[in-house]
Design a protein around this ligand. Structure first.
Ligand code: 7RM
Length: 649
């Protein structure tokens, strides 16, 4: 590990944090550091208090069981049901007529469900599932577009104790098949098709072979969304609508143990076999409920929009379980931000008077690239809080988001967390924390995060290292499904007793965390460790650049040489002069050592479907290796385009 001081041009001490406005603080849930101090004082007492916000059927008798690390257990012997917490309790508390779920389809069709109505739907579907012989502990795969039925299906599983495995609707049938197989699902819930940029994307017919080749699958339930045709398989395929028509609208919830499995979510790993990340019931709900209420400073009248897909952990924790447990109104949109026009999201914020908007840096960089005219022509004044998740956000994108979407008037919560952590871990509290663009700031109360060196010792201010979590937290993954050994090896073997996140990071003099990205994305240039993120940040600071990915190409002498793939702002043409200018720019920002040897222009970067740049593929291209399966990429064509371009050089 390199012990050099972090040699950024702007030292962290020169960055003047953005403080929340007086008006925001006045109304904020948390206004001072009391929550941090309370948790520092007694972490388990803090989580025990947070757990009081959940409705338990039987109270737990111990907060944490840490007798058999890393197989931690939370809220021992507590009994509860997640759907009761997300629905019944709000109906019983007089919020039955409050809107729980708002939906708009790509074609402008809408659905609005109150808590009472959503509870009815969930009970009906729960009964339908029970009628098909699905019960406690059975695995159910959900492969659906972003439509209300997907959320109904998830909640119905939790009501009857079935374990859902949501597979992102944009994944290929091949990927679906692997995940059905690993989870041994008895049931698959899908749709005839999905709407995407004005086209019908077939789902059920596309999955024909995958379903036929999945011997565990007894039944398939199909929502008719697009009218796309398919060959129903008699005795196996059933229509959602038919099942719902005759179903009873009340259903006794299953009494679940706090440690009963809630769901499996396969991580969109960049290599090898997907990891089935397993979350359980009590701790997960406490974690997402607490963080949703405090990180988003939730208020009764909020209309909240998280733009993730339910196929990702962000969709699970912060579209469905966190917001509904907190009794919020959660808005979902079926389509993409650029269809029918590039102001679609801003149109929706205006129409639904969205107050909290949570999206990803990759989306923000696209919005920047499309130009200010799109948000500028819409009324975004309902917004009071913005969020970012999924990747490090470069300061330029942060500032653009702050100014053009938030009208310099909304705090931005940059939230660091993982599928594995289940809940937000490093984040500002918007009424308390001064914000530094590009920093996810501080660990959430009750979370102990740190940066350590190779030996597992805490690094000093400005020294890079590995981000770790030092003690268990309620929403942590409990294991990798059917592979406890891989669970231990992946997360707990690097440092005894510490959870290894796989991310590189450093802390500044004020104790703020700066996340640099995955550690397999760290370069070694003549013995110096340089985060791909740092070079990428320098590149995107240049006015011509929208996005950049940096990789290290194996180099005989230096260890690595830096190759950069760069997407330019619209209207900017790539040229040799620009290549020279960008190299000089990086040299000036970071130092000659980080000057890219090669720069390639590309119309898009290869990304996973959740928007994370796949640097591994770029490395394979640069080192002329076979690329393997690229079908899980957002835009598989981009790889061949880059490959062609690369060969020509
Ligand atoms: C929520 C989610 C996890 C990885 C994580 C990081 C990166 C996520 C941030 C971030 C910097 C952030 N789950 N990451 N959020 N990096 N700042 N605010 O994305 O399992 O899909 O990915 O994403 O590398 O390890 S995930």
């Amino acid at each position: 590990m390199d012990e050099r001081k972090h040699d950024k041009n702007v030292s962290e001490n020169e960055v003047k944090p953005f403080q929340p406005s007086v008006n925001f603080v006045e109304q904020a849930k948390v206004k001072d550091d009391s929550l941090y101090r309370e948790a520092e004082n007694d972490r388990l007492a803090f989580w025990s208090k947070m757990a009081e916000n959940i409705e338990w059927m039987e109270k737990w008798d111990q907060v944490l069981d840490d007798q058999n690390p890393p197989f931690y257990k939370w809220f021992i012997n507590g009994k509860l049901n997640v759907s009761v917490n997300c629905l019944d309790r709000h109906v019983n508390n007089g919020r039955g007529d409050k809107q729980a779920l708002l939906f708009e389809g790509e074609n402008g069709d809408t659905v609005s469900l109150t808590y009472k109505e959503l509870l009815n739907e969930v009970c009906k579907f729960s009964n339908a599932l029970k009628g098909l012989g699905i019960g406690k502990g059975d695995a159910v795969t959900i492969w659906m577009p972003m439509i209300p039925e997907a959320i109904t299906a998830m909640l119905a599983c939790t009501r009857i104790g079935a374990v859902h495995s949501v597979v992102f609707g944009g994944f290929s049938p091949e990927a679906l098949k692997d995940r059905i197989k690993d989870s041994e699902s008895k049931l698959v819930i899908t749709a005839d098709g999905a709407n995407r940029r004005g086209k019908e994307i077939p789902m059920r017919s596309a999955a024909e072979e995958a379903l036929d080749q999945s011997p565990t699958v007894e039944k398939v339930i199909i929502v008719e969304r697009t009218g796309t045709s398919y060959q129903p398989k008699e005795g196996r395929d059933l229509l959602w609508e038919d099942l719902m028509k005759d179903a009873e609208d009340s259903c006794e919830p299953e009494i679940m143990d706090a440690e009963d499995p809630l769901f499996i979510l396969y991580s969109s790993g960049t290599t090898g076999k997907p990891k089935g990340i397993l979350h359980t019931t009590g701790g997960y709900l406490v974690g997402v409920d607490t963080t949703f209420r405090y990180v988003f400073d939730h208020r009764e009248e909020d209309i909240y929009w998280c733009t993730a897909d339910i196929g990702w952990i962000t969709g699970h924790s912060y579209i469905v379980y966190g917001p509904l447990s907190a009794g919020s109104t959660t808005f979902i949109y079926e389509g993409t931000p650029d269809y029918p026009a590039r102001d679609r999201f801003w149109e929706l914020i205006e129409k639904y008077k969205i107050t909290i908007f949570y999206t990803a840096p990759t989306a923000i960089r696209s919005f920047m690239r499309w130009g200010n005219q799109h948000p500028d022509k819409r009324d975004l004044s309902s917004l009071r809080l913005l969020g970012s998740v999924g990747e490090p956000i470069n300061p330029e994108a942060w500032l653009w988001y702050h100014e053009h979407i938030g009208n310099a008037n909304c705090p931005i919560v940059d939230t660091w967390w993982q599928t594995e952590t289940g809940m937000i871990m490093i984040t500002p509290l918007p009424g308390v924390t001064g914000l530094k663009p590009g920093s996810a700031t501080m660990a959430f109360p009750g979370i102990e995060a740190d940066v350590v060196d190779d030996q597992g010792n805490s690094t000093g201010p400005g020294q890079r290292g590995f981000l770790v979590i030092k003690s268990p937290w309620p929403a942590m993954l409990r294991t990798l499904y059917k592979d406890p050994e891989r669970f231990e090896n992946t997360y707990w073997k690097q440092y005894p007793g510490l959870y290894f996140t796989g991310d590189g990071a450093w802390k500044d003099g004020d104790g703020y965390f700066w996340i640099m990205g995955r550690v397999d994305d760290v370069l070694n240039i003549s013995g110096h460790r340089i985060g791909t993120m740092e070079v990428e940040s320098a590149l995107v600071e240049h006015p011509s650049v929208t996005e950049a990915a940096v990789i290290g190409k194996v180099h005989e002498i230096k260890g690595h040489s830096i190759t950069s793939f760069v997407t330019l702002k619209e209207g900017v043409e790539g040229s040799d002069d620009l290549v020279q200018e960008l190299k000089a720019h990086v040299g000036k920002k970071i130092g000659a050592i980080a000057r890219p040897e090669e720069i390639f222009f590309t119309y898009e970067l290869p990304k996973t479907r959740s928007g994370k740049i796949m640097r591994r593929l770029l490395r394979d291209i640069a080192e002329q290796r076979d690329l393997g399966d690229v079908t899980t990429l957002m835009d598989p064509q981009v790889v061949s385009a880059i490959k062609e371009g690369y060969k020509e050089k």
